[in-house]
Design a protein around this ligand. Structure first.
Ligand SMILES: [Zn+2]
Length: 279
């Protein structure tokens, strides 16, 4: 956890500011790095809500205190340097530039005993391709309302066994980086919704196993994978902390754990940026 030491003071300062402003609306930690979130201050709150696009996709805009803020999800493969978001106000679009800083994520070597999970047999190629398409459609889901509540809780208590962004090497072969946060928990442990939201989908994927996707509004989504079972249905509303299923090891998993993903504006970002208690 290389960036932990300076995290808590910044959280505390941010929270103090928000409480002093009279509107305790949680913003994620500003971390303009690949896999991070850029929290950009826009117009004052007296103006109507602006719209913001980054990389062609709408991003959430939330009102906190006396201003509107854009929450921009930065893809893990983004280049560091100057980038532009498009801000639309009263029908007029203008670019807003911000800098993405470099971040190095460590490598993680894993042994997956089931070879079919590292090199799926050819007869499964069509299923996996269809699931990838379905997952991409879910990840880029954008519902204009409500304004998202970005104050998240960890969906299960346990050791953090796989952090976001790890460059994964499975059985010696490089694979896509880890797009979520793993919590090691016993099979059957209840999995809780990180924040209030609506169940967008309940799926059974080859790699992710039994998966629940929750929509928190404006392109902020959470994803819970490798469940033993899901106890919710699409369209159901959830409170923060409400159980949505139980942990398991379905799909590609080395043991019972909770894989928790956070999607912002169509891209996977580091869930730890949304945990206000600094866990
Ligand atoms: Zn994971």
């Amino acid at each position: 956890m290389p960036d932990a030491p300076d995290r808590l003071p910044r959280f505390a300062a941010g929270l103090a500011f928000l409480l002093a402003s009279g509107l305790a609306v949680a913003l994620p930690q500003h971390a303009p790095v690949p896999g991070g979130v850029a929290v950009l201050r826009l117009e004052s709150a007296s103006a109507p809500a602006p719209g913001v696009h980054f990389a062609g996709r709408p991003q959430p805009v939330v009102r906190t205190g006396d201003a509107w803020f854009a929450l921009i999800g930065i893809p893990l493969d983004a280049e560091s340097g100057k980038h532009e978001a498009m801000v639309t106000q009263a029908g007029v679009a203008r670019p807003m530039s911000f800098a993405i800083r470099p971040k190095h994520y460590p490598a993680q070597r894993l042994r997956i005993p089931d070879r079919r999970m590292v090199e799926p047999p050819p007869e499964l190629a069509a299923r996996i391709a269809a699931e990838q398409q379905r997952l991409q459609a879910l990840k880029t889901h954008f519902s204009p309302a409500p304004a998202p509540d970005a104050d998240f809780i960890l969906p299960a208590d346990g050791r953090l066994s796989g952090r976001f962004g790890l460059r994964r090497i499975l059985n010696g072969q490089p694979r896509a980086p880890h797009a979520g946060l793993d919590v090691a928990v016993a099979r059957g442990t209840p999995v809780r919704a990180a924040a209030p939201g609506t169940v967008l989908a309940v799926e059974d994927f080859y790699f992710a196993g039994k998966t629940v996707v929750v929509d928190h509004g404006q392109g902020l989504l959470t994803l819970y994978a490798h469940l033993a079972h899901a106890d919710v249905v699409a369209g159901q509303t959830l409170r923060r902390g409400e159980a949505l299923g139980a942990s398991g090891a379905s799909g590609r998993a080395t043991g019972p754990h909770r894989h928790w993903g956070v999607l912002l504006g169509g891209t996977s970002v580091d869930p730890e940026l949304f945990l206000f208690d600094g866990r």
